[in-house]
Structure formats: structure tokens, C-alpha cells
Write a protein of this length. Structure first.
Ligand code: SF4
Ligand code: SF4
Length: 197
């Protein structure tokens, strides 16, 4: 068994934060009677970059639980994904390529999926310290569902983001300011291996 990248305490904290993100999402989804069931789309082909070492490390803790064959297959899919994204970006297009972790329509590392994956779908909002509020309308199907409604519930992202930022700080306490900023797709995180901390 490989040594976990995160200290057990930090592993517990990020797993707990992820669970609470899921709860906040599920609450709004229930209020809206919204599910992904029957969706003709699969939004795991949306192009996103991710920004924390702590999520990168926790993703790798999931990857380390895969068998060597599963890991090799994942790395092959990640290499294909990276090449397809590079080609799309060279054409000045936003890439639309299925995430290498998606297997037959489902997330292959569901419990380790990143924050952005957990927020996508239902409406959400982000309140800034100055009181300004940014709304995110949710995916196309959710937008169709709530069209014309007056009061639409939303997941408030700010406290969840703040907690993630605190975990990132806790992880990088000794290297604060010495490591490059993270701006990576999941495929890049897979191909690069676990973050070197
Ligand atoms: S990590 Fe999982 S949920 Fe997120 S885009 Fe990839 S397959 Fe989808
Ligand atoms: S989040 Fe929306 S677009 Fe994505 S699978 Fe669910 S219903 Fe479809």
C-alpha cells in the first residue's frame, strides 16, 4: 500500500468538506425536484481547470487505490484528453472532451471528484466580503426547470470555498508562496502524478 499524500487529519477534513458540499447541493436539488436522470448530455466533457494542491493530492489518493491496469488505462485516457484539448486550444476553441475519469457515463472516482464537479448542476451563488453577489444559473437542464420562477434556491459557495482555501493553507503551511499556482485540468493532474509538496 502506498503512503497517503495527505496527513490523515487533512484527509478527514477534505472528505468531510466534500460531503458537506454534496449535502448543500442535494438540498437545493431536492427543493427543485432536480436530478441528472434522463439527461441527454454528460457535462463531464466541460473544460475546467482546478486550483488547489489539496484537491490534487486527494484526487491522487483515490488514484492510488486503483489497480495497476486501471491506473494505466486512466493514464492513457488522460494522455488522449490532453492531446485533444491542446488541439482544440490551438484552433482557439474551448475544448469539449470527455474527462478521463468518466467511465461509461459515470465518474470513476466519485468520492474524490473535485469541487467544481460537485457544484455543477443546480443554481449557486458567491457572496463576496463587500456584499456583492454573483449568481450561477446551473446547467442548461436546471435553467429550463426553473425558467419563469421567482424565488430560486441556490447553493451559497462562499463558506465552502473559504474552507477549501483554509485546507490549502494548512497543507502548504511550510511552502507558502514558494510553489507555483495550480491551474490544471484533471488530465494534467493525472499525467503529472501526485503534487510534489
Ligand atoms: S472528475 Fe468525475 S465528475 Fe468530475 S468531470 Fe471527471 S468524471 Fe466528471
Ligand atoms: S448537471 Fe445538468 S447537464 Fe450535467 S448531467 Fe446533470 S442534468 Fe445533465
Amino acid at each position: 500500500m502506498e503512503t497517503p499524500i495527505l496527513q490523515p487529519e487533512l484527509t478527514t477534513k477534505i472528505a468531510d468538506l466534500y460531503r458537506r458540499m454534496e449535502k448543500a447541493y442535494d438540498l437545493v436539488a431536492r427543493q427543485l425536484d432536480f436530478t441528472c436522470q434522463g439527461c441527454p448530455d454528460n457535462c463531464c466533457d466541460s473544460y475546467f481547470q482546478h486550483h488547489t494542491y489539496v484537491e490534487w493530492a486527494y484526487l491522487w489518493q483515490g488514484i492510488m487505490e486503483l489497480t495497476p491496469a486501471q491506473r494505466q488505462a486512466l493514464e492513457n485516457r488522460a494522455a488522449d484528453y490532453a492531446a485533444a484539448c491542446e488541439a482544440a486550444l490551438a484552433r482557439d476553441e474551448r475544448p469539449q472532451v470527455m474527462c478521463p475519469l468518466n467511465e461509461e457515463g459515470r465518474c470513476g472516482l466519485y468520492h474524490h471528484r473535485l469541487m467544481i464537479c460537485r457544484m455543477h448542476g443546480v443554481p449557486s451563488s458567491l457572496t463576496f466580503p463587500n456584499g456583492q453577489n454573483k449568481r450561477f444559473p446551473g446547467c442548461f437542464r436546471c435553467q429550463e426547470l426553473v425558467a419563469g420562477r421567482q424565488a430560486v434556491p441556490a447553493v451559497e459557495r462562499a463558506p465552502l470555498f473559504q474552507e477549501l482555501a483554509a485546507l490549502e493553507q494548512e497543507l502548504l503551511v511550510k511552502q507558502q508562496g514558494t510553489l507555483p499556482k495550480v491551474k490544471k485540468t484533471i488530465a494534467e493532474m493525472i499525467l503529472l502524478g501526485p503534487p510534489r509538496l
